[in-house]
Design a protein around this ligand. Sequence first.
Ligand SMILES: CC(C)(COP(=O)(O)OP(=O)(O)OC[C@H]1O[C@@H](n2cnc3c(N)ncnc32)[C@H](O)[C@@H]1OP(=O)(O)O)[C@@H](O)C(=O)NCCC(=O)NCCS
Length: 120
Amino acid sequence: MIGIDLVEVERFELDDNFMSRIAYEEEIAYIKKSKSVELQRQRLASLWAVKEAVMKALGLGEKSGVSFKDIKLCHEESGKPYVELFGIAKQEFNISHYDKRVEISLSHTKNYATAIAVIK
Ligand SMILES: CC(C)(COP(=O)(O)OP(=O)(O)OC[C@H]1O[C@@H](n2cnc3c(N)ncnc32)[C@H](O)[C@@H]1OP(=O)(O)O)[C@@H](O)C(=O)NCCC(=O)NCCS
């Protein structure tokens, strides 16, 4: 299973209410520690793209009731990103993909952020 998302960075404002609706404190802290506002917006856009890509890979659409907080973006010491699943996303993973792993990769530029998720 695979999912991809591509977003325009300019759509994302560093709004605390928006961020706390879609992100965990640790995810917001990662964004805020970025050294420029431009990079903060790219990382917020990437965060959105990661969550959308994982939802697609899991086959979870709007009607499933999945929430952005069902997917948490984390980082290894090397900087390599990975996700932890909660709620409906975790349930779906445990039912349909219990013997697999979710792998993600993301990339961002001034204008675009993209993410891909693979369940294998
Ligand atoms: C990881 C790396 C390739 C990023 O490339 P880039 O073209 O500068 O930037 P991109 O926008 O394409 O990717 C950035 C994202 O890569 C991801 N990333 C960072 N380190 C990573 C790693 N070790 N492995 C996989 N992905 C990584 C992060 O999600 C990062 O986004 P963030 O900065 O918002 O956290 C670059 O930082 C690098 O060369 N690191 C050292 C070599 C390395 O560890 N390569 C990993 C693949 S073998």
